[in-house]
Design a protein around this ligand. Structure first.
Ligand code: PEP
Length: 253
């Protein structure tokens, strides 16, 4: 049985005071929940403050990116051991905004992924097609390319630590959500691809999140599909009420 994982990607939002306010609210609302893993992913500058607030709490801490070298002359970058040292557990890798605006490729995603695993972080690797690719009937080709390229060379044991996030780019921040049937179809395809790469036992254990305009109202429908194991939430993770409602709606009553 895969435990669901609901992660909030705060992107480039929240000053330190706003981050503290949001975490205080979430601690009130979802700290008692253990049926799903709840993760918040603030900006780098707010990680240490939020880490202190989450000591001995069920809410887990994630980062939004990392660089693959451990240290060195790489101005502006942050490494996996640095994230680990500050109390980070999860790290988002290869988000479509990073692929689109910061020229991330499967190859650089793969390097970040291996570095994260080496440092003991749990990666959330994002894959997904854009609108032109979906409309051109290329969804499965693109997703297969992202999965095989991003996860290349991983041992089955390491793959067991990875979370995959299927995020159709046309659904991110647009208010357009994939239907639960559209999402399930791709999640099933991802699991089949993982089976070919890593074997059935590993693929059956991998958690595959859906991301793209997840809201309290569409959570239950999406989350109770057989191959959907949680959500990566952008906009709706920035408010206590909506993120807490998504977490609560993801638990079967
Ligand atoms: C995201 O950024 O990962 C995301 C899914 O954003 P939103 O929920 O706002 O569509």
């Amino acid at each position: 049985m895969r435990k669901k994982i609901i992660a909030g990607n705060w992107k480039m939002f929240k000053t330190v005071n706003e981050a503290v306010e949001l975490v205080n609210g979430l601690k009130r609302e979802v700290s008692d929940i253990t049926a799903v893993d709840v993760v918040v992913c603030p900006t780098f500058v707010n990680l240490a403050v939020v880490a202190d607030m989450l000591v001995d709490n069920n809410i887990k801490l994630g980062a939004q990116n990392l660089f693959w070298e451990n240290e060195g002359a790489f101005t502006g970058e942050v490494s996996a051991p640095m994230l680990k040292a500050v109390g980070v557990e999860y790290v988002i890798i290869g988000h479509s905004e990073r692929r689109q605006y910061f020229h991330e490729t499967n190859d650089t995603v793969n390097k970040r992924l291996k570095s994260a695993l080496k440092a003991g972080l749990l990666p959330i690797v994002c894959v997904g097609e854009n609108l032109a690719e979906r409309e051109g009937g290329k969804t499965f080709d693109v997703v297969k390319d992202h999965i095989t390229g991003s996860l290349a060379g991983l041992s089955p044991e390491d793959m067991g630590k990875v979370v995959v996030a299927y995020e159709p780019v046309w659904a991110i921040g647009t208010g357009k959500t994939a239907t639960s049937a559209q999402a399930q179809e791709v999640h099933k395809f991802i699991r089949e691809t993982l089976t070919k790469m890593f074997g059935g036992a590993v693929a059956d254990g991998v958690r595959i999140q859906y991301g793209g305009s997840v809201k309290p109202e569409n959570t239950a429908d999406l989350m109770f599909q057989p191959d959907i194991d949680g959500a990566l939430v952008g906009g709706a993770s920035l408010k206590v009420d909506s993120f807490a409602a998504i977490v609560k709606n993801s638990i079967k009553k």
